[in-house]
Write a new protein. Structure first.
Length: 336
């Protein structure tokens, strides 16, 4: 199978290389694409050096079965026609097409069949915070329909890309040296701080990131679920955390929830608070699953549950989810 990665030099592009190799995805030939600045760089895949080509409006994608694209919404919109015109399936990690009615928004543990035969040859990868939340919610949804969710996210620097991770590290070093920290990728200094804003604010007082969690969750789960989110940037290098409160149609016990999480695909239960065992990004960066812990009844709502979850934003929140979409389609004969 001929496969392409667009945005190969970015944090997610680099993770695509690692995930595809680690999971032994069936690749006969791999093409790497990037901006003019990235063109000419080389990256190793399965022992071979591959040169990054400049993305252009030409026939470079002819014969490519799948293109994993993570180069920003503007690039995705501009080049979607070029990438798909010869039948290539484009799995896009940007926000460009997520709410397009003709583009399925897929998390394999929740709605894998939505990605079969997409009319525009595009499948959208959801927002990272949405992905880890719906994987966890799906386990409970199988027990009783979820009416509403309130969630507070604690999002690492990795969510803003490799340069943002570098900035956080540099800020800490600058502060130790007694220097003023460089502030570029975030609205304020992130080191020793939390910022209650991820993305820009909309007219209703919520940020675009928070509204993504509302709209994307409903589309993925095919549900009337209501989601109210507060998204916060925290001085963690990698892996996002979420505190989730949900209300179901019938009461769900803690024991039922624990068993559901244990059975669920893509989830690891880490819930022994008396032993101080619960998910933390420090321990789980670089891991694939969604980790769930701190499961308890919501003492304010008889139909309510609360839990805490952690997942690596660059892996399950981006590259891994996209590769799992492709794996499902290949395994079921929908892509060759």
């Amino acid at each position: 199978m001929k496969v392409a990665i667009v945005g190969a030099s970015g944090a997610v592009g680099q993770e695509f290389l690692r995930v595809l190799e680690q999971r032994e995805f069936p690749i006969r030939e791999l093409l790497l694409f990037g901006s003019e600045r990235s063109a000419g760089r080389t990256y190793k895949f399965r022992g071979k050096e591959i040169v990054v080509k400049q993305l252009a409006h030409n026939d470079d994608f002819k014969g490519v079965s799948i293109a994993f694209v993570s180069a920003g919404a503007g690039t995705s919109k501009e080049f979607a026609g070029t990438i798909t015109k010869h039948g290539t399936l484009m799995i896009d990690n940007s926000s460009a097409f997520r709410m397009d009615d003709e583009v399925p928004l897929v998390v394999p543990e929740v709605n894998p069949r939505d990605g079969v035969n997409p009319p525009r040859r595009i499948i959208a990868n959801p927002n990272c915070t949405t992905i880890q939340m719906v994987v966890a919610l799906q386990a409970i949804e199988k027990l009783s329909h979820i009416r509403r969710v309130r969630v507070a996210t604690y999002q690492s620097a990795s969510g803003a890309g490799a340069a943002a991770m570098d900035e956080l590290a540099e800020q800490h070093a600058q502060l130790v040296r007694g220097e003023a920290p460089t502030v570029s990728k975030f609205p304020f200094q992130l080191a020793y701080n939390v910022i209650p804003q991820v993305d820009v604010f909309t007219g209703n007082g919520y940020t675009k990131e928070e509204m993504k969690m509302y709209n994307e969750t409903r589309k993925i789960m095919h549900s009337d679920i209501e989601v109210s989110a507060t998204c916060i940037r925290v001085p963690v290098m990698r892996a996002h955390s979420e505190a989730v409160w949900l209300e179901t149609e019938r009461p769900v016990s803690v024991e039922e929830a624990r068993k559901a999480f244990c059975r669920a695909e893509g989830i690891v239960l880490m819930d022994e608070p008396d032993q101080k065992k619960y998910p933390m990004p420090l321990l789980l960066a670089g891991c694939d699953p969604v980790y769930v812990g701190r499961i308890r009844k919501d003492i304010t709502d008889p139909n309510g549950l609360a839990f805490w979850c952690v997942s690596d934003q660059i892996r399950k929140g981006a590259a891994l989810n996209a590769v799992q979409i492709a794996e499902y389609l290949v395994a079921n004969g929908h892509v060759k």
